[in-house]
Design a protein around this ligand. Structure first.
Ligand SMILES: *[C@@H]1O[C@H](CO)[C@@H](O)[C@H](O)[C@H]1NC(C)=O
Ligand SMILES: *[C@@H]1O[C@H](CO)[C@@H](O)[C@H](O)[C@H]1NC(C)=O
Ligand SMILES: *[C@@H]1O[C@H](CO)[C@@H](O)[C@H](O)[C@H]1NC(C)=O
Ligand SMILES: *[C@@H]1O[C@H](CO)[C@@H](O)[C@H](O)[C@H]1NC(C)=O
Ligand SMILES: *[C@@H]1O[C@H](CO)[C@@H](O)[C@H](O)[C@H]1NC(C)=O
Ligand SMILES: *[C@@H]1O[C@H](CO)[C@@H](O)[C@H](O)[C@H]1NC(C)=O
Ligand SMILES: *[C@@H]1O[C@H](CO)[C@@H](O)[C@H](O)[C@H]1NC(C)=O
Ligand SMILES: *[C@@H]1O[C@H](CO)[C@@H](O)[C@H](O)[C@H]1NC(C)=O
Ligand SMILES: *[C@@H]1O[C@H](CO)[C@@H](O)[C@H](O)[C@H]1NC(C)=O
Length: 738
C-alpha cells in the first residue's frame, strides 16, 4: 500500500470538498415519484408536483409554506415535472423525512490499468436549514482494492476500505470489508463529498477481470442490497443504484425547541397534536398527532379523530362506538363479553344467578392461586437468602469466631455480631450519601443503629480465605483493647460476602486533613500538636506492650489518626484485614511527628527532588543545622528552643533506617510526655478557646472528609504519596520566618 499517496489523496479530497462546497449544485438523475394520497396542503395551494404530494409545512408558491426552508418549486420544463428544493430533487415526503435523488461516485479501469471513468459525488443541504442527512443512510463502497473517503462540513471526514483478490471471497449481502464496506454517518450531517481511489500500485489490473469498476455512495441503508460480484459486473450499477437508493433527509420545524417556540408564541402544532423536540442534531421540533388522531398537525383545525369503527381491520365484532381518540366495544343486550375478535367475543347471557356464582367462584379461585404463588415466592426467596447468608458467615469465619467467643478468648460482651439486616438498615441500604470515605481497603459508611448510636461501618474488599483467621484474630484483639486513644471496634457482621466492621464514629476528621489545610488551623497550636503526638505515641506504646498479645499497627500515619469532638486523638485502621507483621519499631511514627512539626506532606512532588520525601528532607535539614528553617513558623514561635531541639533529635532517631537504632514506642511516649510538661502557656489549657474553634471546624469539616484516605494507603511509607494530591492545602513557605 502506498500510504503517502493515500495521504495526498486525502488532503486533496478535503481541499476539493472545501472549494467545491460553495459551488456544488447537486444531483441530476432519474426521478422516482411515489404517490401519497392525503389532504395535506394549505387550502388553495398546489398539492401535487408530478406524482409527488407536497404536505404542509412544505408548499409551492407564496403563503403555501411555513418558512423559507419549506418552499418547493415544481419544474415543469422537464417531464415528468421535478419537485425541487434548493439544489435537491425530492422524490417523496413522509411525516418526518423526505427522500432525494442520489448520486454515485465511480471509477472504472481498462484491462491495462488506464482509468476510463472517474466521477465524484456529493450532496449539500443548506447549513442554516432545519434539514440534515438521516442516520438511516449509510456510506457504502463496493470494490476490491479501493478506499473511499467522504468529507462532511464543517470538519468531518470518514470512509472505508474494501479489499478482495478472488471473486469467491465476495459474499452476497455482506458489507464487512470484502468487496463491500459500509460506515454509518454522524448526526446533523449537511454536506458530503466522496470519491474513490485505488489502494495498490497495480492499477486494478490483477482484479480487473471481475471488478472493472468501483463505486461509493450515500443512501438509505434499507434500500440497498449488495449482490456480490454480479454488482461489480453490472454496467448499469451506477444508474440502477441512483434510481433505487434515495438519500433520506430528516426535517424539523424552525430552529427553536418546543418550549422556546411556545414561549415565543410561534409554535406550529395545532389541536390534538403534541410537540416533540428535534432529535436529529439540528435545533427545532416536530408536531405529532395524539394517539387515536390523524391528519395534519401543522394546519388548522389540527388532527382529527380516527374513526376506528370504520376500519375494516377493527377487532370489534360487537357494538363499536367511536370516542375521541379511541373507541369502545360492547355486546348487544342479552349478550355478555368484550365483543373483541381476539378476546371473549359476545356470548348469550345465561340466567343471572349462575353467572354471578360462576364469576364469584372463578374470582375467588384466581385470588387464592395468586396468594399461593406470592407466598411460595417469598418462602423460596427467603430460603435462598438465608442460605446465602449462612454461606458467607461460614466463608468469613463466623464459626471460627463463634468458637473463639465460646472458649472465652474474646471479651464477649463488647463484641457484637451484627446481622446483615441491621447494618443494611443502619446505612440506609449502603446509600451513596452515607459514604464517609473510600480507599484501598474498601468503603466506610456512616450508620445509625436502631438505638440511635452513630457508627462507622467499614465494608472490606473481597478477602481470600487465608486472611480469614487473621481477620478473626484481629477482631478479637481489637475488641479487647479499651484505650481512650484507640478507635473502638463495636462489632462485626459476617453474613455478607465481605466482612463488615462496625466502629465508633469519630466526628472530626483525620489529623492529615487538619495539618494539610482542611478546616481551620488555629486549633493546631504547638501545645496541641505535642498533645496529639503524645496521645498517639501513648496509645501505640500501650498496644505494643500493655496488652497480652502485642498489636503492631502496620500503617501509622496522619491519615489514620482521627480526632473526635474534643480533638482527642483516636488511632484508627488497624489494618483489620491485614496480617500482623511484627515491624520492630515502626518508622512511620517519625514521619507523623515530622508532619506535625513542619506542616508539610510526607511526599510532595511539588518540592524539589531532594525535598520530596519528608523523612529524608527532615534528616538532611537536621544534619545541615537547618532545623528551624523547615519547621512551621507557628511551631517555632510557640515552642521553646530546647523542646524543638529535643523533638528534632527524637524524630531523627525515629526515622533511623536501621530498625534496631530506633527508640521503642514506650521511649517515644515517655519523651513526648516529658516535653509536654515544659510547655506551660497559660492559654493553651483553656478549653473555651478550643471549643470555639471546634465549632468553626465542625462547620467546615464535613463528615465526608472523615476517613477520606488515599487509595493504596496500606502500601507502606515509600508510596504513601500517590493518593495525597487531593489535598492541596495551606503549606507555609519555609522561608517566612521571624
Ligand atoms: C406517476 O403515477 C402514475 C400513476 O399513479 C404512474 O403511472 C406513473 O408511472 C408515475 N410516474 C412516475 C414518473 O413515477
Ligand atoms: C381536505 O381539505 C378540504 C378543504 O380544507 C376539505 O374540504 C376536505 O374534506 C379535506 N379532505 C380530507 C380527506 O381531509
Ligand atoms: C428545470 O429543469 C431544467 C432542466 O434540468 C433546468 O434547466 C431549469 O433551470 C430548471 N428550472 C428551474 C426553475 O429550476
Ligand atoms: C500503474 O501505476 C504505476 C504507478 O502508480 C505506474 O507507474 C504505471 O504506469 C501504471 N500503469 C498503468 C497501466 O497505468
Ligand atoms: C492504456 O495504457 C497503455 C499502457 O500504459 C497505453 O499504451 C495506452 O495508450 C493507454 N490507453 C489509453 C486509451 O489511455
Ligand atoms: C468540529 O467543529 C466543531 C464546531 O466547530 C467543534 O466543536 C469540533 O470540536 C470540531 N471537531 C474536530 C474533530 O475538529
Ligand atoms: C449472489 O447474488 C447474485 C444476484 O442476486 C446471484 O446471481 C448469485 O448466484 C449469488 N451468489 C451466491 C453465492 O449466492
Ligand atoms: C445511465 O444513465 C444516463 C443518463 O440517464 C445514460 O446516459 C446512460 O447511458 C446510462 N447508463 C447505462 C449503462 O445505462
Ligand atoms: C433562528 O433562526 C433565525 C433566522 O433564521 C435567527 O435569527 C435566530 O437567531 C435563530 N435562533 C436560534 C436559537 O438559532
Amino acid at each position: 500500500m502506498n500510504f503517502t499517496r493515500n495521504t495526498e489523496l486525502f488532503l486533496f479530497l478535503i481541499m476539493l470538498a472545501i472549494t467545491q462546497s460553495t459551488s456544488q449544485s447537486t444531483t441530476t438523475g432519474d426521478v422516482i415519484t411515489i404517490t401519497k394520497t392525503a389532504n395535506v396542503t394549505k387550502p388553495g395551494c398546489q398539492s401535487q408536483c408530478g406524482n409527488v404530494t407536497i404536505p404542509y409545512p412544505f408548499g409551492i408558491g407564496p403563503g403555501c409554506f411555513l418558512s423559507e426552508w419549506f418552499e418547493i418549486t415544481c419544474n415543469t420544463s422537464v417531464n415528468p415535472p421535478r419537485t425541487q428544493s434548493g439544489g435537491l430533487i425530492i422524490l417523496e415526503f413522509t411525516d418526518y423525512t423526505f427522500r432525494v435523488a442520489n448520486k454515485v461516485a465511480s471509477r472504472c479501469y481498462d484491462p491495462f490499468g488506464n482509468i476510463t471513468e472517474d466521477k465524484p459525488a456529493g450532496a449539500r443541504l443548506d447549513r442554516a436549514s432545519p434539514f440534515s442527512f438521516s442516520q438511516k443512510n449509510q456510506f457504502t463502497l463496493i470494490g476490491c482494492d479501493d478506499f473511499a473517503l467522504y468529507v462532511g462540513l464543517p470538519n468531518f471526514t470518514s470512509g472505508c476500505i474494501a479489499l478482495c483478490s478472488k471473486p469467491e471471497e465476495v459474499v452476497n449481502g455482506s458489507c464487512s470489508g470484502v468487496g463491500c464496506c459500509q460506515t454509518s454517518i454522524p448526526k446533523a450531517l449537511k454536506f458530503y463529498y466522496t470519491s474513490v481511489a485505488s489502494m495498490t500500485d497495480t492499477n486494478h489490473t490483477t482484479i480487473w477481470s471481475f471488478d472493472p469498476c468501483t463505486y461509493s455512495f450515500f443512501g438509505e441503508q434499507e434500500r440497498f442490497t449488495f449482490n456480490g460480484v454480479s454488482d461489480f459486473m453490472d454496467p448499469n450499477f451506477r444508474n440502477r443504484t441512483m434510481a433505487s437508493v434515495p438519500i433520506l433527509v430528516d426535517w424539523v420545524v424552525g430552529n427553536l425547541s418546543c418550549r422556546e417556540a411556545r414561549n415565543a408564541g410561534v409554535l406550529a402544532c395545532q389541536a390534538n397534536s403534541w410537540c416533540v423536540d428535534s432529535d436529529t442534531g439540528v435545533p427545532g421540533y416536530r408536531c405529532i398527532c395524539n394517539n387515536g388522531y390523524e391528519g395534519q398537525p401543522y394546519l388548522e383545525p389540527g388532527c382529527h379523530d380516527i374513526n376506528e369503527c370504520a376500519d375494516p381491520n377493527n377487532l370489534c365484532n360487537g357494538v363499536c362506538t367511536n370516542t375521541p381518540g379511541s373507541y369502545t366495544c360492547s355486546c348487544e343486550d342479552g349478550y355478555v363479553g368484550d365483543g373483541l375478535k381476539n378476546g371473549r367475543g359476545c356470548a348469550k347471557k345465561k340466567s343471572e344467578f349462575p353467572v354471578i356464582k360462576l364469576s364469584l367462584g372463578m374470582g375467588f379461585g384466581f385470588f387464592a392461586i395468586l396468594v399461593g404463588i406470592r407466598w411460595l415466592y417469598f418462602v423460596i426467596k427467603k430460603k435462598n437468602l438465608v442460605k446465602l447468608r449462612k454461606k458467607f458467615f461460614q466463608q468469613n469465619g463466623g464459626f471460627l469466631l463463634k468458637q473463639r467467643i465460646t472458649t472465652n478468648e474474646g471479651n464477649v460482651d463488647s463484641t457484637k455480631v451484627f446481622t446483615a439486616l441491621e447494618l443494611e438498615k443502619a446505612t440506609n441500604n449502603y446509600a451513596e450519601v452515607r459514604i464517609l470515605g473510600r480507599g484501598g481497603y474498601g468503603t466506610v459508611y456512616k450508620g445509625i443503629l436502631t438505638d440511635q448510636r452513630v457508627v462507622a461501618i467499614k465494608k472490606s474488599r473481597v478477602m481470600d480465605e487465608t486472611q480469614i483467621e487473621l481477620f478473626i484474630n484481629e477482631v478479637i484483639i481489637l475488641t479487647k483493647v479499651n484505650h481512650r486513644n484507640v478507635v473502638k471496634l463495636l462489632g462485626c457482621c459476617l453474613e455478607t460476602e465481605v466482612p463488615l466492621l462496625v466502629y465508633e464514629y469519630v466526628s472530626n476528621g483525620t489529623l492529615y486533613n487538619h495539618i494539610h489545610g482542611i478546616g481551620t488551623m488555629t486549633w493546631l497550636s504547638w501545645e496541641n500538636r505535642l498533645r496529639v503526638a503524645a496521645e498517639a505515641a501513648g496509645a501505640l506504646s500501650y498496644l505494643h506492650s500493655a496488652t497480652s498479645t502485642p498489636i503492631f499497627h502496620r500503617d501509622v500515619k496522619s491519615a489514620n489518626i482521627l480526632l473526635d469532638d474534643n480533638y482527642t486523638t483516636k488511632i484508627a485502621d488497624f489494618g483489620a484485614s491485614y496480617p500482623l507483621i511484627k515491624h520492630k519499631f515502626p518508622r512511620s511514627f517519625g514521619v507523623v511527628l515530622a508532619e506535625l512539626l513542619t506542616g508539610k506532606k510526607p511526599l510532595c512532588m511539588d518540592r524539589i527532588e531532594d525535598e520530596r520525601n519528608l523523612a529524608t528532607y527532615f534528616i538532611m535539614s537536621l544534619k545541615g543545622d537547618r532545623l528551624f528553617q523547615i519547621l512551621e513558623p507557628r511551631v517555632v514561635r510557640e515552642g521553646t528552643l530546647e523542646q524543638l531541639q529535643q523533638i528534632g533529635e527524637l524524630v531523627k532517631r525515629c526515622l533511623n533506617l536501621t530498625g534496631d537504632e530506633r527508640p521503642t514506642m514506650k521511649e517515644v511516649a515517655t519523651k513526648l510526655e516529658g516535653l509536654r510538661k515544659f510547655t506551660q502557656h497559660p492559654w493553651a489549657s483553656q478549653h473555651g478557646d478550643d471549643e470555639e474553634n471546634a465549632n468553626l471546624l465542625n462547620v467546615e469539616n464535613q463528615e465526608t472528609d472523615l476517613y477520606d484516605e488515599p487509595i493504596n494507603q496500606h502500601s507502606g511509607i515509600g508510596d504513601i504519596s500517590s493518593g495525597f494530591s487531593i489535598n492541596t492545602g495551606l503549606v507555609y513557605p519555609s522561608n517566612i520566618l521571624r
